[in-house]
Write a protein that binds this ligand. Structure first.
Ligand code: NCD
Length: 306
């Protein structure tokens, strides 16, 4: 399977076979987190982040360094001129002179696609507005595969901000390639977008509800998300929905004993800290799976493994 030179803009550009190939490669990366490798020696990665990030940017940079490569970075707060698209284009034209691969996070939907069209080097989307976050979907799938042992046959529930949650959109598209049942739980104003429902609903069974209790006893994977204050246009609307869901050890008592709890992080108050110590909590392990997934993606895009 050929990945060298390929962009990663949308999870929808990948087949199930390709995703499984990425996960097999990810498994091979696990021992290298300690041992390191020189497979990307002499290669430079640029991370261009026009929105805040801790995990995504640092895990890409760590992944690159563990494989022997170098990193350069823009990690600045967004400014209004960057949001207009024109200056992103100029930034891409600049940075492609200095780096062999670009990882971009930008507040506009479509930004990563635009950057990929302009750049002569591969572009990886690290979050494009509220639209997509494909590498998060890959690390989420890998987490499910490693922690549950399979993806087919599972009931997966998304809870929280499903309208603006790009991680939700990308993971739902990916899960639709498997034999899964997907439950969307949100308040009315944060319901998952129609286009996601349409596409995912054609491939797998989906349900929508406001209450977690409607489906809790059936769920194998509970994917919790933050209510994204910064993306909700109306502050009054945010006031109505903030703190609406909170996962506690009581929630776990009413769930399957082996249900896993995931979260792309950062969390605010949607998972009580008491859940952290339970065997169900996988959101900290998920970050490590993110590192190895990104090692695999870099190795594949650079053509260092085939
Ligand atoms: C998420 C994001 O930025 O989309 N975080 C992440 O990349 N792990 C989710 C969020 O910001 O709530």
């Amino acid at each position: 399977m050929k990945f060298e030179g390929r962009d990663i803009v949308s999870i929808r550009d990948f087949s199930r076979d390709e995703i499984e190939y990425i996960m097999d490669t990810t498994r091979l990366m696990e021992p290298l987190t300690k041992r390191g490798s020189t497979m990307l020696q002499g290669r430079t990665l640029a991370t261009l982040f026009f929105e805040p990030s801790t995990r995504t940017r640092m895990s890409f940079e760590s992944a690159m360094q563990k494989l022997g490569g170098n990193c350069i970075s823009i990690a600045e707060a967004r400014t209004s001129s960057l949001e207009k698209g024109e200056s992103l284009a100029d930034t891409v034209r600049t940075v492609e002179n200095y780096a062999d691969l670009l990882v971009i996070r930008h507040p506009l939907d479509g930004s990563a696609r635009m950057a990929a069209e302009i750049a002569s080097v591969p572009v990886i989307n690290a979050g494009s507005g509220a639209e997509e976050h494909p590498t998060q979907a890959l690390l989420d799938l890998y987490t499910i595969q490693r922690e549950v042992g399979r993806i087919d046959g599972l009931n997966i529930a998304f809870i929280g901000d499903l309208r603006y949650g790009r991680t939700v959109h990308s993971l739902a598209y990916a899960l639709a390639l498997y034999d899964t049942t997907i439950h969307f739980i949100s308040p009315e104003s944060l319901r998952v977008r129609g286009e996601v429902i349409d596409e995912v609903g054609q491939k797998v069974k989906i349900t929508e509800s406001r209450e977690l209790n409607d489906v809790l006893s059936r769920i194998d994977v509970l994917y919790v998300t933050r209510i994204q204050k910064e993306r909700i246009p109306d502050p009054e609307e945010y006031e109505k929905v903030k703190g609406i869901y909170r996962i506690t050890t009581d929630t776990l008592r009413n769930a399957k004993s082996n249900m896993i709890v995931m979260h792309p992080l950062p969390r605010v108050d949607e998972i009580a800290p008491e859940v952290d110590m339970t065997p169900n909590a996988k959101y900290f392990k998920q970050m490590w799976y993110g590192l190895v997934t990104r090692m695999a993606l870099l190795a594949l895009c650079f053509g260092a493994v085939e």
